[in-house]
Design a protein around this ligand. Structure first.
Ligand code: ADP
Ligand code: MG
Length: 229
């Protein structure tokens, strides 16, 4: 069973008097454990696609099936947020860390949004900070727990964001140009962490402009003008 299946997805934005079709009849299927790179020129719809798969936005029409269950395009924001916290880890180009919270709090935060039954069955005395510390150690930041994000380098910020994305044990991690704001050395470190995660079983979708970074993936999906080419 595919983890993610999109059938004939379109996304239309209203612009002024008219409409703009950012995604035009996109169908794709992602199997559990895949590492897929998404490429295409600027404006081709990559982020729009990631936001729909990541439940940050809704398609205008089409079908989205997540682990065998159709995702309603009409569900409430609350329902969408609940599904997102259960299934999705998201990594953004600009990190999106909370500036006034320390590193460990940034990583622990998504644990607050887990449904209570899952919190308690998987971790009898669910310890959000303990889990965050474990994940930060895994990305090599065990020595930065009490730092504010502003004190970190770009590569370190993105590693915090990776740890945060993993907090709720997501079924899929989505990374939208995760190395776009990094120098090439930090970028390579981030890709190495993501590729390791994939080897340990995490399904991974990554937008990148770099053919070299995309070559770490098992498969490349190319978009142009909102369509898969
Ligand atoms: P990419 O990530 O490939 O650069 P995007 O998915 O961000 O492209 O955008 C695809 C197209 O949709 C662009 O032309 C962009 O201007 C347009 N678009 C994206 N978001 C909106 C929005 N909220 N309102 C209007 N147009 C949008
Ligand atoms: Mg984009």
């Amino acid at each position: 069973m595919p983890l993610i299946e999109l059938q004939h997805i379109t996304k239309t934005f209203e612009v002024g008097e008219g409409e703009f079709k950012a995604l035009d009849d996109v169908s794709l299927s992602i199997e559990p454990g895949e590492f897929v790179a998404i490429m295409g020129p600027s404006g081709s719809g990559k982020s729009t696609l990631m936001n729909i798969i990541g439940l940050l936005d809704r398609a205008t029409s089409g079908t989205y099936v997540l682990e065998g269950k159709p995702v309603s395009l009409k569900m409430s924001d609350r329902e969408q947020a609940r599904l997102r916290s259960e299934f999705i880890g998201f990594i953004f180009q600009n990190f999106n860390l909370l500036p006034n919270a320390d590193v460990i709090s940034n990583v622990a935060l998504p644990g607050m949004y887990l449904p209570a039954p899952r919190r308690s069955s998987e971790h009898p005395s669910y310890d959000r900070k303990g889990r965050a510390k474990e994940l930060l150690e895994k990305v090599g930041l065990g020595h930065r727990l009490r730092y504010r994000p502003s004190k970190l380098s770009g590569g370190e910020k993105q590693r915090v964001a990776i740890a945060r994305a993993l907090t709720n044990n997501p079924k899929v991690v989505l990374a939208d140009e995760p190395t776009g704001n990094l120098d090439s050395k930090s970028g390579e470190e981030v890709i190495k962490i993501l590729a390791d995660l994939n080897r340990q079983g995490t399904t991974l979708l990554m937008v990148t402009h770099s053919e070299e970074l995309a070559s770490a993936a098992n498969r490349i999906i190319r978009l142009k003008d909102g369509r898969i080419v």
